[in-house]
Design a binder for this molecule. Structure first.
Ligand SMILES: [Zn+2]
Ligand SMILES: [Zn+2]
Length: 424
């Protein structure tokens, strides 16, 4: 029988990699704390309607990429393809709008999209997500963008650039949609098939197309920025000025519309290093109509999502410091017959906060020593035959090879003092 493998587009994150994830998530948690965001732990599946109404029926995500199934109760359920719609649902459902505003939430976890798997793109992927709900001030947009930048600064990404655009509001977007239609009408046959379809349903998305034949045309398309109403224009100016005051490298990208329908006003992406636009580490923006789209009252909001895999790939590409892979401090080596003593000593070391491990394989002292050095133990404690009878243990510093034999009850203290010296 053939061994069962993980489904296409998924992968396992194991010890050699998962500590990097921990570093990224812990950094995001630190930034969340410093900016006053509270963690939200939300369901991985939701009613399909949340996404079809929230994200938009004509988006690629809803049309082609969702993992949707009928559960045993006959409900249409979807594995979340992103977190923003769930965050807004949770805000409404838990009555957070009746408390002090704004509400700042963050979360992280797996998202699911049925896409063609390629490097850095999976069907199950993980995102960090920050949202500020209940506020329409442009300074909330500045804060969201700054919080995402702060995560990248702290994990050591360099050369951060903000690409920003405004996708307008329900007042000014219809006019822009019309002027786009007029513009594309004459060159309709030059567009790709998907974009010809978008022309009727959602012409803004044509700007998003990466196909060369479409890009050639979109390069000279009228920019949204010229069609903005006064309010949207002012909002946009305040956001860009606010970011410049913080020293951010900001530039206008007329073609940035993002793949989701819920954005209003600000849409942005962050690039790091010399990667192209397709390799943005983060995307986000304002979504003042999302709450209404999912059946709630009007609640303004702004947020971003950032892929953990993408952050790690970028850190590695830029040679950012990944931190040290955690290992155990002490390996307790024991001769046959000393298992109880070894188990007790390991137990005591751990209780004192010293990470420790011992042998379970019945190996010889020599091969236990080899294993300890292979796994990067800083110290070993040896309970050999002599040490069993004398109630002692031999403690060895793997860095300089120095060793001494000491009473069993003094081992913890000895290790702790060596550990301190090791760290310096
Ligand atoms: Zn507007
Ligand atoms: Zn196209």
């Amino acid at each position: 029988m053939e061994a069962i493998k993980a489904p296409r587009g998924t992968y396992d994150v194991l010890g050699g990699e998962s500590w990097k994830w921990a570093r990224v998530v812990n950094t995001a948690r630190g930034v969340a704390d410093d900016f006053g965001f509270k963690e939200a732990i939300l369901p991985i599946f939701e009613h399909t309607e949340l996404f079809s109404r929230g994200i938009g029926d004509t988006t690629d995500v809803v049309e082609k990429e969702m993992y949707t199934f009928t559960d045993k109760g006959g409900r249409s359920i979807t594995l979340r393809p992103e977190l923003t719609a769930s965050m807004v649902r949770a805000y409404l459902e838990n009555g957070l709008r009746h408390g002090p505003q704004p509400v700042k939430l963050w979360g992280w976890g797996p998202m699911f999209r049925y896409e063609r798997p390629q490097k850095g793109r999976y069907r199950q992927f993980a995102q960090i997500d920050f949202e500020i709900l209940g506020v329409s001030s442009p300074f909330a947009d500045v804060e969201i963008i700054d919080s995402s930048m702060e995560i990248y600064r702290r994990v050591g990404l360099s050369n951060l650039r903000v690409l920003i655009n405004s996708v307008g509001c329900p007042r000014c977007r219809p006019d822009y949609r019309e002027s786009l239609r007029k513009f594309f009408e004459t060159g309709l046959d030059k567009l790709c098939e998907t974009c010809r379809d978008r022309f009727d349903r959602n012409p803004l998305r044509i700007l998003d197309c990466k196909k060369p034949e479409c890009r050639e045309l979109t390069d000279s398309a009228p920019p949204m920025i010229d069609s903005l109403c006064e309010e949207c224009k002012e909002h946009f100016m305040s956001v860009t000025r606010g970011l410049e005051k913080l020293g951010a490298d900001v530039s206008l990208d007329n073609k940035l519309v993002r793949g989701l329908d819920y954005y209003t006003k600000t849409a942005y992406e962050i690039l790091s290093g010399d990667l192209g636009a397709q390799n943005a580490v983060c995307g986000g923006g304002r979504y003042d109509n999302l709450a209404e789209a999912i059946g709630g009252p009007g609640v303004p909001g702004v947020g971003f999502a950032s892929g953990i895999e993408r952050i790690i790939i970028t850190m590695e590409a830029q040679g950012a410091f990944m931190g040290n892979e955690p290992g155990t401090d002490v390996f307790v080596i024991s001769a046959a017959g000393a298992e109880y003593e070894a188990s007790l000593l390991t137990h005591e070391l751990r209780a004192k906060g010293v990470s420790s491990d011992m042998d379970f394989m019945g190996r010889s002292i020599k091969s236990q020593m080899k294993y300890a050095s292979q796994t990067g133990a800083k110290f070993v404690c040896i309970i050999g035959e002599d040490e069993i009878s004398s109630g002692t243990a031999t403690v060895k510093n793997m860095k300089d090879g120095s060793q001494e034999t000491t009473r069993r009850e003094s081992v913890c203290g000895k290790i702790l003092s060596w550990k301190e010296a090791w760290a310096q």
